[in-house]
Design a protein around this ligand. Structure first.
Ligand SMILES: Cc1cc2nc3c(=O)[nH]c(=O)nc-3n(C[C@H](O)[C@H](O)[C@H](O)COP(=O)(O)O)c2cc1C
Length: 207
């Protein structure tokens, strides 16, 4: 029997932008599906290029087809994943009254980081992040760039002061990862911790 939206835990928005590390975002979506959350997904044009470069996934651009592809790969129930287009200003995330309780931009390009720090709101990802900030909702950005310029650092500081969480895609090595998947899980576990979502991706420090 098809699931209804009410059967899922509250929606969490996940935006993939064009920084390296598409696997972090895809794994995050899978984990949120497993924990029973509804997941609202936005994928930038550049992120589609990164997905094609870094993974074997073939993700369609059209939101309805994208949602079906993500549902298939993550084993989600129908309706558990919704996808929104770049300029879908009617999407719930575009307004404070419809926004999800938390948003994660993972990975976050320095371009999107800059746009969020300056309130550009030129596409739905930027607008949704702007809404999260104004509504004082949880906003987590997972930038991946190195080295960082003063521009990047200033934007991160601006956002941290506004209450956003800057969570760089910087996997540690003290858990002795055996695989890329272990390194991806290191970062995704940190994101889930910030969202207050229980997981068993890896033991917590001291366990
Ligand atoms: C394969 C690939 C890897 C990239 N890696 C990075 C990266 O690690 N960090 C970054 O900030 N931009 C990276 N870029 C550049 C961004 O995709 C580019 O600045 C783009 O305009 C970002 O747009 P978006 O923020 O709308 O996704 C990469 C681009 C490609 C195609």
């Amino acid at each position: 029997m098809a699931e209804t939206a009410a059967a899922f835990k509250p929606p969490i928005s996940v935006a993939l932008t064009g920084a390296s590390g598409a696997q972090y975002g895809l794994r995050l979506i899978d984990c949120l599906v497993t924990t029973g959350h509804e997941v609202w997904v936005m994928i930038s044009k550049a992120a589609h290029m990164v997905v094609a470069t870094e993974t074997t996934e073939a993700l369609p651009a059209r939101p309805d087809k994208l949602a079906q592809a993500l549902i298939r790969r993550s084993g989600a129930a129908q309706g558990q994943i919704r996808c929104f287009a770049r300029e879908d200003w009617m999407a719930p995330v575009a307004s404070g009254s419809g926004a999800s309780s938390a948003m994660v931009i993972c990975p976050c390009s320095t371009g999107t980081l800059s746009a969020v720090a300056t309130g550009a709101s030129n596409n739905l990802i930027e607008r949704a992040a702007d809404v999260a900030l104004k509504e004082r909702r949880r906003l987590i950005l997972v930038p991946r760039e190195t080295p960082l310029s003063a521009i990047h650092l200033e934007h991160m500081l601006t956002l941290a002061r506004l209450g956003a969480v800057i969570l760089p895609a910087a996997p540690g090595f003290y858990h002795r990862p055996d695989s890329v998947a272990d390194m991806v899980d290191f970062v995704v576990a940190r994101i889930l911790n910030q969202l207050g979502i229980e997981h068993r991706l890896m033991p917590r420090w001291g366990e």
